[in-house]
Design a protein around this ligand. Structure first.
Ligand SMILES: [Zn+2]
Length: 379
């Protein structure tokens, strides 16, 4: 099930609860139950806003080039205002009017409250399961909200039970429901305000971004990710070791694509790059079965990578010049060492597009070949 399906299910549950609570509240005279009806009504609005945002946030045009993804924030703000007005009204009535629960409506009212309590608890549980499965913070936040809905219903249940025992305490429970609504509204305003002020993405997301690019850059100088209307906008500055502009540009393109693929909420990624000062190229040596430098590309079985003073061994190379070249590019190698250039045009093209330099050598010992490169780079 997708995110918008949950918005629809929650809309359905909230509409049913709104109607039943309103009828139950009027029949029994319980102000706390009427208050809960207002709460469910605002939750229905919220579901509609969430659903519409998911549907329309991608509509981009010249006047709104970023899309209408902030619709949800505008909608939430309106709902927050509505909740504050509603809670004011409920609390005012609780404090100024005669409130009592009537015998006649008691049974129906309790039925409504029990149904609401049960449906909110079930929905909250299902939303939490789905949030874990899809790793969705929005759904998780929804499941917590639905849990506070269940709390609201249990307040009303207590009011009905105390009325049954002869205590007409509904006005106090109505005040409690009113305060619960105020608390929900304050939560909404707090969230919307932080989005308005370009709040950063959470630390988990930042860490994930670092992990995805750290291996291919020398240093991450800046990592700014702002969260806005459920989408993320990243501004990253890195230091790169590259042979030339083309190579660094190709690497940055690959990193931007990788980030967008792995983190679905990322709407835009800008990676700014600077060349590293003490540039040490990443060197890959193609080796044949005897652990010697392979004289041809398609005879290579292993790839030995030297970088930042360490080395890494890649086994099971594909038996194909093009595939080997792609593997070399995947490891962001600057110089690849082999006896000869690849023969296939496709393979040559892949390497040159990524700015990989092919270093031809007669030397069979990989370590000697690499020190040759190092000494000629120093010269
Ligand atoms: Zn609610």
């Amino acid at each position: 099930m997708r995110k918008e399906h949950w918005a629809l299910i929650s809309l359905f549950v909230n509409i049913v609860q709104t109607l039943l609570k309103l009828i139950g509240g009027v029949l029994s005279g319980s102000l706390s139950l009427v208050g809960e009806a207002v709460h469910s009504l605002s939750d229905s609005f919220a579901s509609v806003v969430a659903y519409l945002t998911l549907k329309f946030s991608d509509r981009k045009n010249e006047r709104f080039p970023y899309g209408l993804y902030k619709l949800e924030n505008v909608g939430s703000f309106v709902i927050g205002v509505f909740l504050l007005l509603a809670s004011y009204e409920i609390i005012k009535r609780a404090l100024t009017q005669e409130v009592s629960i009537k015998e006649e409506g008691w049974g129906f009212g309790v039925g409504v409250v029990l149904f609401s309590l049960f449906s909110s608890l079930t929905l909250s549980f299902l939303e939490r399961q789905a949030a874990k499965k899809h790793n969705s913070p929005t759904l998780l936040a929804d499941s917590y909200h639905t849990l506070t809905d269940a709390f609201g219903s249990s307040l009303v249940l207590m009011s009905f039970l105390s009325a049954h025992m002869g205590y007409q305490w509904d006005r106090y429970f109505a005040v409690a429901v009113g305060l619960l609504i105020v608390w929900t509204a304050v939560g909404i305003f707090k969230r919307e305000l932080s989005i308005l002020l370009d709040v950063s993405a959470d630390e988990k997301t930042l860490q994930r971004i670092r992990e995805l690019i750290l291996d291919d850059v020398v240093e991450i100088k800046n990592l700014f990710v702002r969260s806005s209307g459920g989408k993320l906008f990243a501004d990253i500055t890195v230091t790169l070791s590259g042979m030339n502009f083309e190579q660094m540009h190709a690497l940055v393109d690959r990193l931007e694509r990788r980030l967008k693929e792995e983190i679905k909420e990322l709407e835009m990624v800008f990676i700014h790059y600077e060349p590293a000062e003490n540039f040490m190229p990443k060197v890959g040596v193609l080796l044949n079965s005897e652990k010697e430098v392979s004289s041809k590309f398609d005879e290579a079985l292993y790839l030995l990578i030297f970088h930042n003073g360490g080395s890494k061994f890649v086994k099971d190379l594909p038996k194909d010049e093009l595939e080997i070249s792609k593997e070399v590019v995947r490891h962001n190698i600057n110089i690849v060492v082999s006896g000869h250039h690849p023969e296939e045009q496709d393979a040559k093209l892949v390497l040159s597009k990524a700015g990989v330099f092919v270093w031809e050598t007669e030397e069979k010992n990989p370590y000697k070949a690499v020190s040759q490169i190092a000494s000629s780079l120093r010269a």
